[in-house]
Design a protein around this ligand. Structure first.
Ligand SMILES: C[S@@+](CC[C@H](N)C(=O)[O-])C[C@H]1O[C@@H](n2cnc3c(N)ncnc32)[C@H](O)[C@@H]1O
Length: 316
């Protein structure tokens, strides 16, 4: 796929309805020979719209009309390019815990959580966030260092938990873990949030406080290389849950197949929240085929579709 097609597809399938600014920027880039030539000078994996736009905002270019963005980008290209080469798209969205929670709460407690592709580890605190599922009463954890409220619209028979799960162990693996105690990493996490998503920015700060108060053990490395050893370190008296969200798209087919074999060989429950097609699973059709929804599976069984940032959950 050409870079122009990639930006047009991003505008149509991802940004439309989610970020008018990014939709305009992506369509603008797709039609701009000068910008496309700069992008095509980067390695293929570094030409992504999300990476460019986050790197631009991280470098101080504000959200705004495309002509202003274009002007600033051309003026600051060496700095933006450097950020694009140094950083990766590692959006860490605690809102995805709202999707995982109904499954986690229904498993035998307590839980040992192991997230592959954990980024900064903010999805490792499902027991520390507050949840509002549609009109249901808010579910709150005991008082903690901060309150992050996750709103989730629901359709279908979502098994709303009566109580939050009990987590006794939190661990993760990432090629490049982000550090919630590092100011630059936090600024990068902020830049990865789309401009109009104030509600996501608002909950990032309390989520980071929660993670800082109870640091998870996050190992640097490839998930296929580290999973078995890390899983063996989980406490035996807890239900080990291996989970991941928005990660398998980064793996090639061979690495995905290897991961599936490894995780199936562990004595663990397995929750995936990924683009349909990422796993060898046959699922009922998506309720919104025009939107890029994730498929939620438990031990390879499809249970729900969810929106990318955990804002909607459609139970099958
Ligand atoms: C889009 S982020 C999602 C983070 C988190 N799971 C969430 O839902 O908020 C994907 C993460 O997967 C990590 N990742 C990609 N390929 C990986 C691999 N082979 N091994 C370990 N981590 C990987 C990236 O570094 C990145 O932090």
């Amino acid at each position: 796929m050409s870079t122009a097609d990639r930006y047009r597809r991003f505008a149509d399938a991802e940004a439309r309805g989610g970020s008018p600014c990014y939709e305009e920027w992506a369509l603008g880039v797709a039609a701009d020979g000068e910008l496309l030539a700069l992008l095509d000078d980067l390695p293929v994996a570094k030409r992504q719209p999300n990476l460019l736009f986050a790197a631009a905002r991280y470098s101080g270019i504000p959200a705004g009309p495309f002509p202003d963005f274009r002007r600033a980008l051309l003026a600051d290209w060496p700095a933006v390019r450097k950020v694009m080469l140094a950083r990766r798209t590692q959006t860490n969205e605690p809102g995805r815990c709202a999707v995982l929670l109904p499954l986690l709460a229904a498993l035998p407690q307590p839980l040992a959580l192991l997230e592959v592709g954990a980024s900064a580890g903010l999805c490792l605190y499902p027991d520390r966030y507050s949840y509002r599922y549609g009109d249901h009463p808010r579910l709150d954890p005991p008082a903690g260092p901060a309150r992050a409220v996750l709103d989730c619209e629901i359709t279908g028979p979502v098994p709303i938990p009566a109580a939050l799960p009990r987590v006794v162990w939190r661990a993760g693996i990432d090629l490049n873990p982000l550090d919630v105690a590092d100011a630059d990493d936090v600024r990068w996490l902020e830049a990865l949030i789309w401009p109009e998503h104030d509600h996501r920015r608002a909950r990032l700060t309390p989520a980071i406080e929660i993670a800082k108060a109870e640091p998870a053990h996050i190992v640097t490395g490839d998930l296929n290389e580290k999973l078995t050893t890390l899983a063996a370190a989980a406490p035996r008296e807890a239900t080990l849950v291996v989970f991941h969200s928005a990660v398998l798209a980064y793996l090639d087919a061979e690495s995905r197949a290897e991961f599936v074999d490894t995780v199936r060989g562990l004595n663990a429950r397995w929750i995936a929240n990924e683009g349909p097609g990422a796993l060898p699973v046959t699922a009922p059709p998506s309720p919104e085929p025009e939107r890029a929804l994730f498929l939620l599976t438990l031990d390879s069984e499809p249970v729900a579709y969810s929106a990318g940032h955990g804002q909607t959950l459609h139970w099958l």
